[in-house]
Design a protein around this ligand. Structure first.
Ligand code: UD1
Length: 374
């Protein structure tokens, strides 16, 4: 890199914050050569879905806040695009960094590329091969317009090559979310969440479910409550509930029939949630990130989905892809409770140093958009 460059990293929804925090730390080490700015689209805006993560992850206040908020997919994506375009035109960054697969990811990469600004996509190449998932559409589109594709696992390289992406754009760097986990793990010793919830290590099941394909169905929610009540006869269950899921549970009136061993709580902050993952005997989830965090920590994980874009967590890790049949989920959970554990290992390059590799690569590359700027 020959001159001082300006980079804008985009965060929008909860899973972005822990991915960009280590990238920001890595660029601080190169502050003479790089100005690293953070743009928060406001896709997630609550204290519990957003603000607490800035505090926990020691992120500075964002340099730009777009206030996009909720809405239909088109409304949300469009609002983010309109506001982000103004920022990019005013700031003329050399590079825009986006992470993951949320609406903010595709919205901002599309704006940048049309203004001739290079885009780096962190967590590129993951594919569930399920185009009914909005995240899958966001992944495919973002990858197809990005200049730097930073890949977390081998499947990502294979998928991108099959889609005809040139090898020069693909960089197998590892997993930035694991960087955050490694960095903040010592802080979990200070979390009071285990005591607050009256939990003992390995003696509870952690649950998170928020995918529209699961929680927007009343039938699924009704059966879920039944299955959770049955499991609660065996061990404590802790379920930090995503706003989407909470709205649907409240609307259904199902929350009245809960076993006292089943604890429904508000979404947890980053450090408290890591503490809950680390100490869980078992996790039941439909999240992408938690499949990876549990694999790194060697915690048993049941994924309530028909597919995963993170196959390494099943191939090498402690994750089991069970599907959305809740009777099968219950059976798999009971096996684990009765001692049948899946052995796992940590995937290559999930070592806590991915963001440094990304920063070094970008510093070494020519991220100069002089010609492309408008
Ligand atoms: C989004 C991402 C998903 C990610 C998830 C993590 C997309 C397409 N989906 O889904 O990939 O796994 O975030 O949380 O980008 N809400 C609040 N407060 C908030 C944020 C949202 O109450 O701070 C409510 C919204 O009003 C809406 C619901 O939660 O009703 C869903 O929010 P939205 O951002 O649309 O999608 P998620 O389901 O969170």
């Amino acid at each position: 890199m020959k001159r001082h460059i300006k980079i804008i990293s985009v965060v929008g929804a909860r899973p972005n914050f822990m991915k960009i925090a280590p990238v920001h730390r890595a660029f601080l080490k190169h502050s003479k050569a790089v100005t690293h700015l953070i743009c928060h689209t406001g896709q997630h805006y609550d204290e519990r879905m957003s603000k607490i993560f800035f505090k926990d992850l020691e992120l500075p206040e964002p340099d730009f806040y777009l206030g996009a908020g909720s809405g239909s997919h088109a409304e949300q994506t469009a609002k983010i695009m309109i506001e982000f375009e103004k920022i990019v035109i005013a700031e003329k960054p050399d590079l825009v960094i986006v992470a993951g697969d949320v609406n903010s990811t595709i919205a901002c990469s599309l704006v940048a590329v049309k203004l001739g600004i290079k885009v780096a996509h962190i967590e590129a190449g993951l594919r569930s091969f399920d185009r009914t998932m909005p995240e899958e559409i966001n992944r495919i589109l973002t990858d197809s317009i990005s200049d730097y594709l930073f890949v977390t696992e081998e499947s990502g390289i294979i998928n991108l090559e099959k889609e005809g992406v040139s090898k020069e754009k693909i960089f197998f760097v590892g997993n930035v979310m694991i960087d955050s986990l490694v960095h903040f793990l010592p802080k979990t010793e200070q979390s009071g969440i285990m005591k607050e919830f009256g939990l003992q290590k390995n003696e509870y099941c952690l649950i998170t479910l928020h995918r529209p394909s699961n929680v927007d169905s009343q039938e699924f929610l009704r059966e879920l409550i039944d299955v959770m009540n049955e499991l609660a006869a065996k061990l404590k269950l802790v379920f930090p509930v995503h706003p989407r899921t909470m709205k649907n549970i409240e609307a259904s009136g199902l929350a009245k029939h809960l076993n006292p061993n089943l604890l429904l709580t508000e979404p947890a902050g980053y450090i408290d949630f890591l503490t809950l993952i680390k100490n869980a005997g078992l996790i039941i989830t439909d999240s992408g990130g938690i499949q990876e965090e549990s694999t790194y920590l060697g915690v048993q994980c049941i994924t309530v989905r028909e597919n995963t874009e993170r196959p390494v967590t099943v191939k090498l890790g402690t994750n089991q892809l069970i599907g959305t049949d809740l009777q099968k989920v219950k059976a798999a959970a009971l096996e684990i409770i009765n001692g049948k554990k899946k052995e796992g290992s940590v995937p290559p390059l999930w070592d806590g140093h991915t963001a440094e590799r990304i920063a070094d690569l970008l510093m070494g590359a020519e991220v100069d958009n002089e010609e492309g700027r408008r």
